[in-house]
Design a protein around this ligand. Sequence first.
Ligand SMILES: Nc1ncnc2c1ncn2[C@@H]1O[C@H](COP(=O)(O)OP(=O)(O)OP(=O)(O)O)[C@@H](O)[C@H]1O
Length: 286
Amino acid sequence: MSQITSFFNQIFQSFTILSAIDILIMTFIIYAIIRLIKGTQAEQVAKGIIIILVITQVSDWIGLVTVNFVFKNIITVGLLALLIMFQPELRKMLETIGKTNVKHLKDIFMEKDLDSPSVAVDQIVESVSALSKTKTGLLVVIERQVPLDDVVETGVKLDSLLSTELLNNIFQYATPLHDGAVIINSETLRIRAAACLLPLSQNKNLSTSIGTRHRAGIGISEHSDCVSLMVSEENGVISYAIGGKLSRFVGERGIRRILTEILIKEPSHKNGKSKILRRKNSDGKK
Ligand SMILES: Nc1ncnc2c1ncn2[C@@H]1O[C@H](COP(=O)(O)OP(=O)(O)OP(=O)(O)O)[C@@H](O)[C@H]1O
């Protein structure tokens, strides 16, 4: 017992701030390596190496001379074999480290959550912006608390991950899904369906210059708490509709603002009915 106590005493006495920094750096390096190899072939190899190292150390402690001799030699030869086997991967890894600047250093340690609301906002905004530039029509409905199952039934069910590329592809003219609306669920951040038929707005006060794409986007927002995003095929103008009210010429920034509000700041599945919608309804606007 006294031996154990003196062992720990020795450790604590020699522990300095430098030791803490030392441990911290090693922790980050090990974490970065685990992240780099996770899910790759190298992960299995790393597990094998750890098992060999453990056997070598244990056999040394308990005095299994032959086992220790064999495993020590495996390590020596194995290291060389590993360098040869993983030469392309090692080269790529060193090149990545060489190219990494301080701004991107955090990407090595922090996993980018592909399903996060902020990534979803970026992807939708990127798509809206790209389609606006090429004057490609877009109609996207963000489903919130009120389920849009009836609308989803009218289209082609997808239940797919959200990506800029997929959205851009869906709305390409002369492709099977470009006609109609895409429904994105604000909670799962997945595309539920494409080519969906929406109810047209019956609002008599709408300008006659507003076409059916925009009337459809406004129409669905009159019936639910959703937000519809539109890009005009005619002039690339970006608009959105919420609570039956159309906001035109909002640009990329306007779309980012509304998406940030509904998907990040006050997602409907967390706080119930949106403040924006409550605000709009209390103004007397439908
Ligand atoms: N009820 C509806 N539900 C879903 N999408 C619709 C509906 N009505 C029209 N659309 C979409 O709008 C497109 C037609 O848009 P139209 O040009 O008539 O309207 P618009 O508002 O003037 O659009 P744009 O400004 O893009 O030209 C259709 O091809 C279809 O994709």
